[in-house]
Structures are given as structure tokens and as C-alpha cells.
Design a protein around this ligand. Structure first.
Ligand code: F6P
Length: 547
């Protein structure tokens, strides 16, 4: 119960009611300074939130809300290594993974930084040795293919970053990512690869995850069939917090890269979980990626709340979720290499803030994390934007764009940017029925036809978007972008009073799947199952028997 927070939310609701009829067009017309008033910049990154309904009063109230929820205090406790993940009794220190050498960050009375730096150096050295060919496979051939086996946080981050930083990948090296327990995934990934030139990284915080262990054993079998048991040591490495399990898998200490329980899976890309990416892009580029994130950490810690981009992103997220009542949040990168960024953010946001109880275990009395989704533009325009423009749901969206592409393909980048800008404008302005009718008349329709068609060609507008524009998608920028979203998620979770760092909601499905494996394999009968699950099992059995 936080009376100050509730009072501010009531004020925000009243403020919304009083202002919601005001169109964004009017807001821009009434204030020539609206763009500069409602945008913030960090180095080359511009965050423009002027195409939303917020006014100066909205921001004042939202900043008061952040203060009432002690977002800054919780932020400082996170950075200092306090165990703010109370349900797992853990510190939350992904920020330590990108901290400068020389920083001191204490957990349980010990500075974590020496271990962080040792492990980082070990990973960097290993990556450089693979890249230079100093470390080879069992037959003496250099590695050309890096297969990362992991799932969730042990997959989405490296898989997303490998695509995003494709232009920085060393020629002759390719990254591959296997996550799904569906055997099709590992089969399709391994089929074209040459075992002699393949390095397999098994990434799992716990080293117990069903999917990852199954895929790791499959990859081991594939390698042993081709090169024999002795080759395993040279072709495998493990990334984990669980040294015993790694050892039990038969992996040598020198091939084990560690991280710690204070790194959440979905926050682990900065740790040795990023090893596949480090091999692909090199240690120097990976360091730039870490530096970019650290710069945003500094900004988040020190910038005044009204100029603090991740805080503003979070506050606008709360405005849209709790005051405007929007259920989903779209991430629309006009940057093809961020194709997996929405999927990455899905885990970051939905696993962090998809919660129904507060830190003290009581039922949360506000809507928490929205459904996060998205696809790169312009592809999405030809798929789901119809609903975004004219559907009955309002979907706030982030539109991301780079000023400078890596490739100049004729004038395609200008086309891409024009589309990104046009969409933001269209969502904001819309098109009135009168405008639609006039346009139809201008195009030669008669009055009757124009009147009949106009409602179909009307766009309500007033659909909020935030734009994030940056110079180019390089390692530093990617680090910055991810850190911005991490702290956005943090800010929203702090306002809701939930634990953004546990994920108990994934447990039940895992337990039931383990119980069902022997049933599906026919080793146990279906008694005790609900009628639907039983019916499905019987149907599958029947199909298999007939096969
Ligand atoms: O099931 C969810 C989850 O626990 C994620 O939080 C995590 O990123 C993923 O599984 C993988 O876990 P691990 O790295 O331990 O294999």
C-alpha cells in the first residue's frame, strides 16, 4: 500500500480525463517548442516522446510518481549490490559486468569486480585465440562456425546481438544459435557444418535446463561420431554459474566460463554469455558494447529525472499502461539488423514485469507489464500496421532508426527513414473523414462515392509513438540501446512495486512437462491427467501407431 503513489495515479487519471480529447495535432499546433520540450538526447541518441499525449503537467506528475515509489532509491540499491531480488535472495548486478576496472561493488562483503574482470579477460583471450587460429579443433583446423546452445537469456541476447553486429563479424566466421528442444532446430543448424571446424558453446546459467542439456548431448554425439570422444575437449566450451554440472558434463576447467547468481538470465549478455558474440566481433568491439551500456548506467544514475532517458521511457510506459490502459507495447525497429530485438525485449520485459504480486507477496492492484511485440519496419507495415492505424486497440510503439547505414544500397536508406518518419507522423496526425472525403473528391470521385468511402479511409490518429534515433548500429550503440530498455523495465517494475528479477511463472510448465515426458514416451499411463490432455495424448499415440 503506497498512499502517495495511489494519490498520484488518481491525479494522473483525472489529468488524462481532462486532456484526452485534445488531439496531438492540437498539442503541436499550440506549442511550437513541443518537440524540444518533449525530447531528450544522450550523445547521438535522441529520444523523442513528443508524439504522445503527455504535457508538462503529465511529466511533472509522472516524476512525482517515480519519487513516491522511490525509483531512485531502488536504483541506487541495485547498483550498490543490495539483494533487491528478495524472492531469490540475490543482488542484481548486470551493471557490474560493464563497470570500469577499478570500480568496487560489494556482495556479501566481497568485491565482485576482480572475478568479473578475470572472467572477462579469460573470455576475451579465448575469443581472440579462436579468431586468430591460435586455438584450433582436434584436427588442427581453424574454427569457422560457432554454435551457441542455450535458451531464453542464454540464447536471445547472443542471437540478437550476432545479427545486430553482423557487419563487425570477422570474415570466415559464422555464428549459429540452437535453442528449441525440437530436434529440428539442432538438426538444421548442424547439418551444413563441418565438425572439424565447429566450436560448440553450451550456455546455461543453471546447466540443468532441459532444452539446452538435450541439445548439448545431441551436439556432443554429432561431434563424437565424426571425430571421436577425444575431440570433445577441443570443440566444446561451457558458460555457466554451475561448475559442478559443467564438470559432470565432462568439460575441462580451462573451457569453462563463469558468471554468478547475481546475473539474471535475461540480463546476462554482458557476461560470458556473450562469448559467441565476442568471438564473432572481437574483444575490442565487445568492450565497446560494454562501454555503451556503462555510459547509459551512468546517465540513469546521475541525470535529473526529467532528462533521464530510461526513466522517461519507463514513466511514459506507465502512463500508457496504467493511465491510458493500453495492453501492449510494440517495438518497431527500422533497422533490419535489429530483427530479433523485439524478441529479446519480450523476455527482458515480460519475464521481468509479468507479475501479479508485489514484493511483499500481496496481489498487485495495478496492471503490470504489457505484452511486448514487434517486427522490423518496413516489413510490419505490410502485415499488422493496418490494425495499428485503424483497429480498435491503441498500441503505443517505439520506432527505432539509424541515421547512417552500414551499406549504401542506392537510396534505400532514405526510403527506410522516410517510412519510419511517415509512420510516426501518420500515427500522430491520422486523417479526418473530411480530409478523406476531400481527397477522394480531388481524385475524381463523385460526392456520393466520396462520402461512402471516406469512413474507410479515415485514420483516427492520436496513436502514440516514441522515436529513438541514433547514428549507426555499432557495438557501442547496441549496448546503449539494450541498457536503455533494461532501465526502462526497472523503472516500471519499481513503480509497480514488483520483483522484476525473478521468474517463478516459468516453473509450473517445466514441472508438468517433466511429468508428461514418460507419458508421451508411453512409459506411464494417462491416469491422473485432465480429460483434454489425456485425449490429446491418445490422439498422438494413435497417429504414431498408424505411422
Ligand atoms: O525458463 C526461463 C529461464 O529460467 C530464463 O529465465 C533463462 O534465461 C532461461 O530459462 C535459461 O536458463 P539457463 O540459462 O539456466 O539454461
Amino acid at each position: 500500500m503506497n498512499a502517495a503513489r495511489d494519490a498520484l495515479l488518481e491525479k494522473l487519471a483525472a489529468h488524462r480525463e481532462a486532456t484526452e480529447r485534445r488531439s496531438m495535432r492540437d498539442l503541436f499546433a499550440a506549442d511550437p517548442e513541443r518537440f524540444s520540450r518533449f525530447s531528450a538526447q544522450f550523445d547521438d541518441i535522441l529520444f523523442d516522446y513528443s508524439k504522445t499525449h503527455v504535457t508538462a503537467e503529465t511529466i511533472d506528475l509522472l516524476v512525482d510518481l517515480a519519487r513516491a515509489c522511490d525509483v531512485e532509491g531502488r536504483r541506487d540499491r541495485m547498483f550498490s549490490g543490495e539483494k533487491i531480488n528478495t524472492t531469490e535472495n540475490r543482488a542484481v548486478l548486470h551493471t557490474a559486468l560493464r563497470a570500469r576496472p577499478g570500480a568496487r561493488i560489494m556482495v556479501d562483503g566481497a568485491d565482485v569486480m576482480p572475478d568479473v574482470l578475470t572472467e572477462r579477460t579469460k573470455a576475451f583471450d579465448f575469443a581472440e585465440a579462436i579468431r586468430s587460429g591460435a586455438l584450433t579443433g582436434a584436427t588442427g583446423e581453424t574454427f569457422t562456425d560457432i554454435v551457441n546452445i542455450g535458451i531464453g537469456g542464454s540464447d536471445l541476447g547472443p542471437a540478437m546481438a550476432a545479427i545486430a553486429l553482423g557487419p563487425y563479424t570477422q570474415a570466415g566466421l559464422a555464428g549459429h544459435f540452437v535453442s528449441n528442444v525440437d530436434g529440428a532446430h539442432i538438426t538444421d543448424v548442424l547439418r551444413p557444418l563441418d565438425p572439424k571446424r565447429t566450436l560448440v558453446l553450451v550456455a546455461s546459467k543453471t546447466f540443468t535446463t532441459m532444452e539446452t542439456m538435450a541439445n548439448a548431448h545431441a551436439a556432443r554425439g554429432w561431434l563424437v561420431d565424426a571425430l571421436g570422444e577425444d575431440a570433445v575437449g577441443k570443440h566444446f566450451a561451457a558458460i555457466s554459474t554451475n561448475a559442478e554440472a559443467v564438470e559432470a558434463f565432462g568439460m575441462d576447467e580451462s573451457r569453462m566460463f563463469r558468471f554468478w547468481d547475481w546475473v539474471g538470465g535475461r540480463y546476462s549478455l554482458w557476461s560470458v554469455v556473450g562469448l559467441s558474440v565476442t568471438i564473432l566481433i572481437g574483444a575490442e568491439n565487445f568492450q565497446a558494447f560494454l562501454d555503451g551500456a556503462r555510459e547509459i548506467d551512468e546517465h540513469f544514475r546521475t541525470a535529473p529525472l526529467k532528462e533521464n532517458i530510461p526513466t522517461l521511457m519507463g514513466l511514459i510506459g506507465v502512463w500508457h499502461r496504467n493511465v491510458c490502459g493500453y495492453d501492449t507495447h510494440a517495438v518497431l525497429p527500422y533497422d533490419q539488423r535489429l530483427a530479433r530485438f523485439p524478441a529479446y525485449l519480450q523476455q527482458l520485459d515480460m519475464e521481468s514485469n509479468g507479475k501479479s504480486v508485489t514484493l511483499d507477496g500481496s496481489t498487485v492492484d495495478l496492471k503490470t507489464g504489457p505484452i511486448v511485440w514487434g517486427e522490423p519496419g518496413t516489413n510490419g507495415q505490410h502485415a499488422f500496421y493496418q490494425l495499428l492505424h485503424q483497429g480498435t486497440n491503441v498500441v503505443p510503439a517505439d520506432i527505432l532508426m539509424a541515421a547512417i547505414p552500414h551499406e549504401q544500397v542506392a537510396d534505400q536508406h532514405a526510403m527506410l527513414l522516410a517510412n519510419a518518419l511517415a509512420q510516426g507522423e501518420a500515427f500522430m496526425r491520422g486523417r479526418t473523414t473530411e480530409e478523406a472525403e476531400a481527397q477522394l473528391r480531388d481524385a475524381g470521385k463523385d460526392a456520393g462515392q466520396a462520402k461512402a468511402l471516406a469512413p474507410h479511409k479515415t485514420f483516427p490518429g492520436n496513436r502514440p509513438t516514441c522515436a529513438i534515433a541514433y547514428r549507426t548500429l555499432d557495438p557501442r550503440t547496441l549496448g546503449r540501446l539494450i541498457a536503455l530498455y533494461e532501465h526502462r523495465v526497472f523503472t516500471m517494475g519499481a513503480i509497480w512495486g514488483i520483483n522484476s528479477f525473478d521468474q517463478w511463472g516459468v516453473e509450473l510448465g517445466k514441472e508438468l512437462a517433466n511429468r508428461l515426458i514418460p507419458v508421451v514416451k508411453g512409459e506411464k499411463d494417462t491416469s491422473g491427467l485432465d480429460a483434454s490432455t489425456r485425449g490429446l495424448v491418445h490422439h498422438i499415440e494413435k497417429l504414431r501407431r498408424a505411422h
